[in-house]
Design a protein around this ligand. Structure first.
Ligand code: NOJ
Length: 538
């Protein structure tokens, strides 16, 4: 439990911005840093505590910024270094922390390190990347597969070797077994931390180290034809290797040279392996992102089980976190459906741990329909028809009902979702009963009630469509009741002598209502209730 000395990254709410899609300020149809700066008052009003920007560094944009050609400069599409400095300052003036995306696993093939590495076998940078001779038949050195389809090896005819890429061939993997690579990435971190950045979300960090004997990955016996091509193999020798933890500890050491910063890891692994990324003595990432809710069955009992498993797996002192949306997965509002978006908001903001809110989810932006000719995502292009939906969840922020939703005066790089005339910040902020206002109130409640921000999690009941739990810190106890279905539920609280009052209803119309050991929930309703403390103190 965080207790008295909780850090900002524990009590706060993180808001993820996909910079290409937040706000365009120079009329080229792509969002930029000045656009974000212009929208800081919106974020302050919403009440979030930190923003994380997906990559804004110099990039050919093969993977929309996750292919970096210069780690210490800003891509002209987004602005320049001075714009970023202004944004850091302005964010801090608005009481917002600023987290950057660090992409240490791979660079762009246009990065000067790779250009040098590729130029000859003797180049001093050759060993900064992973080069191997062809197999006997001239093909790739082993069976390793790219996350984005096809072999993970690309042939360079000039030097007659293959290089390894976890993602696109335009994203060659750095060789993290080489100390010079680590040093270079540590310097990148110091560059940004020295400029006042509050931390990093570290991309694809569980892939950093690969088997040094380059053994074939085993076949996946559960693979079904039609599945993602990469799932044909189990990534036993290419992901989550034990040595990765040492690499992360090295990054953490650099981060700790600066006070009050945070290191967050992007890691898609089952819970029991995920939690290892807190590191020995909690000297790994401050938290590995917990993506369990992105694919969870939206059903009370499964959710309760998942929460229990996660809580039980956390190492002592390891701080939890929850995510309901990001730039790689279909939009929340579409996944859970319009009736459950409010319940989802309540769950995200009342579970124990740091919530990360994906831009637009606070207004219920839907997964946008993308026509085949509108596809921009290289993953989708590599494996047509996979329907991974990364374009549909990255469409421009819907600010108002004017052309291009107030995002840009030019044609936006991705289409605006069809519903933007109704679903936009301008109209939702005028309606106190809207989803937007529910998020605002929930964020505000977290600030006001320490039990919500820092208290322990106590499961009470998960049955049928009802999920019931409370959060507790010292004498404060907050009860959360979520109805995950359309029918009303008569809740009978299992403890005797319960009394309290409603702090917030999903429909914002029961605040102050008294509650006792039994109360009613309408269909798709959630309630946050403060319980009176005339009970045992513990
Ligand atoms: C994870 C990022 O979230 C995703 O968008 C990107 O394509 C890959 N890493 C490669 O950097």
């Amino acid at each position: 439990m965080a207790g008295e000395s909780a850090n900002w990254w524990q009590t706060g709410v993180i808001y993820q911005i996909y910079p290409r899609s937040f706000q365009d300020s120079n009329h080229d149809g792509v969002g930029d840093l000045r656009g974000i700066l212009h929208r800081l008052p919106y974020l302050e009003e919403l009440g979030v505590d930190a923003i994380w920007l997906s990559p804004i560094f110099t990039s050919p944009m093969a993977d929309f910024g996750y292919d970096i050609a210069d780690y210490t400069d800003v891509d002209p599409l987004f602005g320049n270094l001075a714009d970023l400095d202004s944004l850091i300052d302005a964010a801090h003036r608005h009481q917002l922390k600023l987290i950057l995306d660090l992409v240490p696993n791979h660079t762009s093939d246009k990065h000067s390190w790779f250009v040098d590495s590729k130029s000859s076998r003797n180049n001093p940078k050759r060993d900064w990347y992973i080069w191997r001779d062809p197999a006997a038949d001239g093909g790739p050195p082993n069976n390793w597969l790219s996350e984005f389809g096809g072999s993970a090896w690309a042939f360079d005819p000039n030097t007659n070797q293959y290089y390894y890429h976890t993602f696109l061939s335009a994203q060659p993997d750095l060789n993290w077994r080489n100390p010079a690579v680590r040093d270079a990435m540590h310097d990148v971190m110091r560059f940004w931390l020295g400029r006042g950045v509050d931390g990093f979300r570290v991309d694809a960090v569980w892939y950093l180290i690969k088997d040094d004997q380059f053994r074939d990955n085993p076949l996946n016996p559960l693979f079904q034809p039609g599945g993602l091509p990469r799932d044909a193999l189990i990534p036993f020798y290419t992901a989550d290797l034990p040595e990765v933890h040492e690499a992360i500890t090295g990054m953490r050491r650099v981060l700790d040279e600066f006070p009050d910063r945070v290191l967050l890891g992007e890691i898609y692994l089952p819970i029991e392996r995920l939690v290892a990324y807190y590191g020995r003595d909690l000297k790994g990432v401050h938290f590995p992102y917990n993506f369990a809710l992105l694919t969870a069955k939206w059903e009370a009992r499964s959710l309760a089980q998942l929460i229990d498993e996660y809580e039980a797996a956390l190492p002592s002192g390891g701080w939890p976190n929850w995510v309901l949306g990001n730039h790689d997965r279909p939009r929340l509002a579409t996944r859970v459906g319009p009736n459950q978006v409010r319940v989802a908001a309540m769950l995200l903001m009342t579970l124990r741990g740091t919530p990360t809110l994906y831009y637009g989810d606070e207004i219920g932006m839907q997964q946008a329909a993308i026509l085949p000719e509108q596809v921009r995502d290289p993953f989708e292009k590599n494996v047509p028809g996979i329907g991974i939906g990364r374009d549909g969840c990255r469409t421009p922020m819907q600010w108002d009902g004017t052309k291009s939703a107030g995002f840009s005066e030019a044609d936006p790089w991705l289409p605006i979702a069809d519903d933007f005339r109704e679903v936009n910040v301008n109209s939702l902020s005028k309606d106190k009963g809207s989803l937007y206002w529910l998020y605002r109130r929930l964020i505000d409640l977290r600030r006001k009630h320490v039990a919500l921000a820092e208290g322990s999690y106590k499961p009470l009941m998960a049955s049928g469509e009802l999920l019931l739990f409370y959060r507790e810190l010292r004498k404060e106890r907050v009860l959360i009741a979520l109805n995950m279905g359309p029918e009303p539920i008569a809740v009978s609280f299992p403890e005797e002598r319960v009394s309290g009052r409603v702090l917030l209803s999903a429909f914002a119309d029961r605040e102050g209502e008294e509650v006792s050991a039994s109360f009613d929930l309408r269909g798709n309703e959630g309630l946050v209730m403060k319980l009176d403390s005339d009970r045992r103190d513990n």
